[in-house]
Ligand binder design. Sequence first.
Ligand code: IMP
Length: 424
Amino acid sequence: MPATVIVGAQWGDEGKGKIVDLLAQDSDVVCRYQGGPNAGHTVIVDGETFKFRQLPSGIVSGKVSVLGNGCVVDPEVLLGEMDELAERGISVEGLRISGNAHLIMPWHIALDGASERRLGKLQIGTTRRGIGPAYADKASRIGIRVQDLLDPKILRQKIETALAEKNVWLERVYELQPFDLEEVAGRYEGYARRLREFVADTSLLVDVALREGKSVLLEGAQGTLLDLDHGTYPFVTSSNPVAGAAATGIGIGPTRIDKVLGVSKAYVTRVGAGPFPSEMEASVGARVRELGQEYGTVTGRERRPGWLDLVGLRYAVRLNGITSLALTKLDVLSTFDELRICVRYRLPDGSETPDFPAHQSDFHHCEAVLETLPGWHEPLDDCSSVADLPPAARAYVERVERELEVPVQLVGTGAEREQVLARG
Ligand code: IMP
């Protein structure tokens, strides 16, 4: 049985949560390999909506659910979600957290907000959950890890060392209140008591599962164009959502990964600042935002809608080695006479390219070359296979396949778990 990576092929919010939830039904282990509570995964089961920021989406299906070493963990958010699930009668017994994952500390959240405020007009538009500062401390080798929760003495020492520096930044650079050692240490010791039973060697756990022939899903958060190395830097997150990072973020070799499923909406959205060549004109964008309920799960912010961008998707196929695609929210497009898709970018020198520009100045100044395709008005609710789709909707899906040379294996036609058409 294979290890499958599920990766966002756009700027996040592609509907990965729903696809993970669907595939989790046939999987044994579901793992998140990067990101933290900046992610927002919505899963709807039997009309009940679950919104996760920190937990892997597999948890609603009662699967072994791993937060890998590549994740950053905010214990307050995590425990809040665990309590909410418990209240709704869902067990979180299957949760396993890598001891090597890093903790988001209160100063990370304070510094994320303060740094955005200081950037003013140049701000990245982060989720202000402390993601960037937590990964920065990891890279600087001064982070506090989940395994530090297991030893109260070490935990207190590390908090004390960190605060000696962070409080100077908070007070002198940002003119904010400092954090109190006793208060933070006491709070995190409380989290430690509740979380310690879930801390595990998750690299070994996944290795054993794969050796036993079990099926493992490796779930990415955010999306390819938000990747720290390959995305639209600096308007990116501070980790690597691309599929290759699943191996590092879980602690398995790249040869263990068999399949990479890219998830893309039938259109595209972006949250936060940054260039966006296929962005829809305001009135059309507002319509798609309402139809697709395009508001951030974590922040509630309006998402910016755009026409499907095949240049961006081609780039995602290349970077992730995508072997098949899930095209979500096709139903949202059901009311348009005509649809547009971005087939190439026109660069500032007038040339056109099907490939994503390697340099920011080209990307920042390029224009989308759009083609017009016929739309459809029939609702997709009654379709039980891709073959049942209205001809124009089927042609739309087939056009994507042809352009990207990758099969579209799943098509999303509504919010519920059942509203996904499988192909082949
Ligand atoms: P951060 O990850 O909070 O540091 O935010 C960095 C950038 O990534 C911002 O543009 C965010 O809007 C974006 N971002 C982070 N997480 C998500 C997500 O789950 N969906 C969409 N955008 C996200």
